[in-house]
Design a protein around this ligand. Structure first.
Ligand SMILES: Cc1cc2nc3c(=O)[nH]c(=O)nc-3n(C[C@H](O)[C@H](O)[C@H](O)COP(=O)(O)OP(=O)(O)OC[C@H]3O[C@@H](n4cnc5c(N)ncnc54)[C@H](O)[C@@H]3O)c2cc1C
Length: 534
């Protein structure tokens, strides 16, 4: 891939390997453009591995009047349920209605019903289920630790969920299968222009810390740099345009048994006009998210003690099981690349719509939007590139199956551990696991991942560090921070023959992983419970 970067001339170089960038690379490759995607760190290492992992229309955007966004997102949700059927799965949501001070808030119950009616009309019902009312017992059956005495009833509706980092990976690998060059650990650090001011190459770091660079010849650039998009624009425009307002959102993972939910549950945040989702994920549940201005370093958003307290307070307002910091097994924080709006107050009120900005130099910047709506964002960006290049073609990604998705008519792959992560490739991963007893062992004790998945990720998924494997190819770090700290040396040992590490590199990988995981824990003010690990 690196040799191709240096040798070929591209129609378009995509900067950034989050969902927006990989989506653009896939669309461009599918239209027959010569495309290279360069990511400075790992695929999905930015916001795209730190979302709430919902593929949804966004019920709350109906409240803010963004009906167009909801319609578009629901259309895309449906497409993803077909084109990535192994990764994107329907998920039931419960909206409980609780007595407040002894009375059922009738106005609230009615408003929720109308919102869900409108959601179904906007396209939500296409999932095959319509929203319905739940009586008190049905709510308590799905969410048994809600306060039984206060539950008046509720509603059930459907959205979908995906492992965001694996969705990015599947889109990237599909793009590569159509001829796209996809490289990681290749930061863009410069752009060169011709005498007319048109971009003719981008300079990419390719030597790790060694400082080696490659000038990649290209006719156009798609800037999908997420919250860093203004920095990438500065390389083209010579000054920093300062158009973005990063908004932080955090999540907290706890053991499922502590809340016992059998569906995602929407809980209100007292004294704040927001709600949190409590989403079951295997033997765990994650809770989020927050929405606050972020003025710290873009490379290091963290869950703080205040964020944690906000989530735990809201959780304990609605659930009776008394959840404390000791129950937290993981945290993650991400930054929404929101576009600044004149005079806007809270980040929660800023639009989630995307913008596409085309510079005469041939750099197309696409920012904002949602994980769910990456495909139309990509379509718009690639249309803009084609118009710069003086060509036109039609986007065909609406019906394009991602790698691992079953063909049309083949049915949905099994929702077991491997089927839900690898789809049609699950058989190959299973064969690898069966090829050696050690590979069929758990990767991280207590979590469902197999050792074979780490080996597979190094061979076929461009994983090159221990963090890639524990945080994004598997989601072990998000689920159980402490267990990954313990397992880090064993996982590194598995990767040694795959990635050719010497003893010093192996030790460095373990140190890097532990340092960053501990920093995350300490930032949240959480007590390190793994001081005695080997
Ligand atoms: C807390 C939270 C919850 C969310 N929940 C949902 C949800 O449930 N559903 C939903 O649909 N959406 C959700 N979103 C929104 C969604 O996650 C984002 O819109 C989306 O992930 C943004 O993707 P991106 O590719 O634009 O940015 P990123 O994923 O950040 O990708 C940008 C990439 O560019 C790379 N990069 C930057 N500079 C350079 C450079 N110079 N050279 C090379 N590469 C570079 C970065 O390393 C990064 O990988 C959520 C967002 C947050 C923060």
């Amino acid at each position: 891939m690196l040799a191709r970067l240096a040798d070929e001339t591209f129609d378009v170089v995509v900067v950034g390997g989050g969902i927006t960038g990989v989506g653009a690379a896939l669309d461009a490759a599918d239209r027959g453009l010569r495309v290279a995607l360069v990511e400075r760190d790992d695929l999905a290492s930015g916001t795209s591995s730190r979302s709430s992992k919902l593929v949804h229309g966004g019920l709350r955007y109906l409240q803010t009047g963004d009906v167009q966004l909801v319609r578009e997102a629901l259309r895309e949700r449906q497409r993803l349920l077909e084109n990535a059927a192994h990764l994107v799965r329907p998920l039931p949501f419960v909206l409980p209605v609780l007595h407040e001070g002894g009375a059922v808030p009738a106005k609230l119950a009615k408003a929720l019903g109308s919102a869900l009616w409108a959601y179904d009309r906007a396209g939500a019902a296409r999932i095959g289920e319509q929203y319905r009312r739940l009586d008190r017992d049905e709510v308590l059956d799905l969410a048994p630790t809600l306060p039984a005495g206060r539950v008046a009833g509720g509603y059930l509706y459907w959205d979908a969920r995906a492992d965001d980092a694996r969705l990015v990976l599947a889109v990237a690998r599909t793009a590569a299968s159509l001829g796209a060059v996809v490289t990681t650990r290749t930061p863009v650090c410069g752009m060169a222009h011709d005498h007319a001011g048109r971009v003719r190459s981008v300079t990419v770091g390719a030597g790790g810390t060694g400082g080696q660079t490659i000038d990649v010849r290209t006719r156009a650039v798609i800037n999908a740099g997420g919250v860093w998009a203004d920095d990438v624009r500065a390389l083209d425009e010579g000054h920093h345009p300062d158009t973005l307002r990063p908004a932080k959102g955090i999540h907290v993972t706890i053991r499922l048994a502590r809340v016992g939910v059998r569906a995602a549950v929407v809980v209100p945040v007292p004294q704040d006009k927001r709600s949190l989702f409590v989403v079951p994920w295997g033997d765990h549940a994650y809770v989020g998210t927050t929405d606050t201005d972020h003025d710290g370093p873009l490379d290091d958003p963290q869950c703080t003690p205040d964020d944690l307290a906000y989530v735990l307070t809201a959780l304990n307002h609605s659930f009776t099981s008394g959840i404390t910091e000791a129950d937290v097994t993981g945290t993650w924080a991400g930054l929404r690349p929101l576009v600044k709006a004149a005079g806007s107050g809270r980040t929660a009120d800023l639009s989630r719509r995307h913008t596409v900005q085309v510079a005469a130099s041939g750099v197309v910047t696409v920012t904002g939007g949602k994980l769910t709506t990456y495909r139309p964002m990509a379509e718009e960006a690639v249309d803009a590139v084609e118009s710069l290049l003086g060509r036109t073609s039609h986007c065909r990604t609406a019906g394009l199956r991602l790698l691992g998705a079953p063909d049309a008519g083949a049915g949905v792959p099994p929702d077991d551990h491997l089927g839900g992560r690898f789809g049609t490739e699950a058989t190959l991963v299973r064969e690898l696991a069966e090829s050696h007893p050690a590979l069929a062992e758990p990767l991280v004790p207590g979590l469902p991942y197999l050792a074979a998945e780490a080996v597979w990720s190094a061979r076929h998924e461009q994983a090159t560090t221990l963090t890639d494997v524990l945080e994004r190819r598997t989601r072990a770090r998000l689920l159980d921070h402490g267990a990954t700290l313990q397992a880090a040396p064993a996982v590194a040992a598995l990767l040694v023959p795959e990635l050719g590490w010497d003893a010093a590199e192996q030790a460095r990988q373990v140190d890097d992983y532990r340092r960053s995981a501990r920093h995350e824990w300490a930032s949240a003010g959480l007590h390190d419970r793994t001081v005695n690990e080997p």
